[in-house]
Design a protein around this ligand. Sequence first.
Ligand code: SF4
Length: 454
Amino acid sequence: MALKYVIQTYGCQMNTSDSERIVTVLEKMGYKPCEEFKDADLIILNTCSVKQKSEDRIYGFGKQFRELKEKNPKLAVGITGCVIRKASGLRHECEEEIFRTMETVDFCFRIKDLMMLPDMLRKLHPVKGAENVKDLLSYFHIDPTIGNIAQVFIPIGSGCNNFCAYCIVPYARGREESRSMAEILDEVKKAAKRGAKEINLVGQNVNTYKPSDEDPKSKESPFAQLLRKIDAVKGVDRLRFYTVHPKDMTDDIINLYGTLRTMTPHLHLPVQSGSNSVLKRMNRLYTVERFKELVAKMRKRLPHMSISTDIIVGFCGETEEEFMESYNLIQDLKIDLVYVSKYSEREGTLAARTLKDDVPAKVKKDRFERLTDGMMHVSHEYNQQFLGKTVQVLVERIRKGYADGKIPEFKMCRFPIKGMSAAKANKLIGQYVDVKVEKALEWALEGKAVDLPK
Ligand code: SF4
């Protein structure tokens, strides 16, 4: 009987994309997917350590894995993602911290070492399909197994050369590396052939994309060249990308909004703080004025564009005044979606080595709630423009009698599908549905389908 696996993925879109590559390797080796830990012979946690909560959740699995291993001695547990910082290997082969903190973990790997996974698994399990994966060249050459055709994430590179004081990514993923345009285009075309309509390009800093096959004669940046090439791919209608760094965003990218047919009226531009002194401590290498200038340029091209951002509250030494600068920035610029996180120290980062995590937990919590509350008003106001209008929803999921997905402006919109059979409802995933908006809530829209696809 085939061995069964479960991959649990945490964190950003980059991790989702990485998990799709892990699935390909496992299925080539003959593993079959299952839904729950209790049925699995192999559990892989693809971790995120940006937030303390995600990291705590990983460590919280220790007891459960011990009990599962008592029932199923074949069970192997592996960890990848940002929690793994130094090395890849089996428990007795490698020094990684995770083996000290979790005695039930059998192996770990940095995602860039994904090619080592088959060898590790061969030592743990009697897998028969090992021959199918002996020629893996690199992480990027592994064809992803797309989990949800409505949301296809394609990495354009990996790693990061910026050392933002709070961030572990440059240590976990290493220095920045770009994929060739040819390779990315090939993956985009394959996804479009399978029915993908929206492509999400992912990388730690998409603006510094530097492939080997850029056009040296072009006046545009390599990333702008890539966006133009993808725009020409038949079947792709929506193009999004993450993450943009305000210090590296160029005018040629801004000028593509409203020019390329696939560029959606939404940009995620992480500011992290509205205070120049905090940005300096964070080593972000731009100013709040630079961020404001970028937002103004974007809004000049597309006045109703949705702009989302990230803010960390309670970073080392953050005063009430500095926090209020973040709060006011969101209100003044009408940023309609903010992913707020409370700062927590990550061992090995610049901040952990040189700054004190001195903002009390209850102050962080209070700032988190005030900022979220303030942003909710902006989001609610922004969403009113859609009331009574018909929007195009790309359906991502079906749950509790509703289908929902995003409109071009990145807002979730749901509509009822009561009475529809499960088979028919599932066929809506990855399809466009026109929806007349009847409710504009703080976080989402709701309405009725105008015309369901046959
Ligand atoms: S740009 Fe900064 S926050 Fe983003 S991955 Fe690189 S170091 Fe981390």
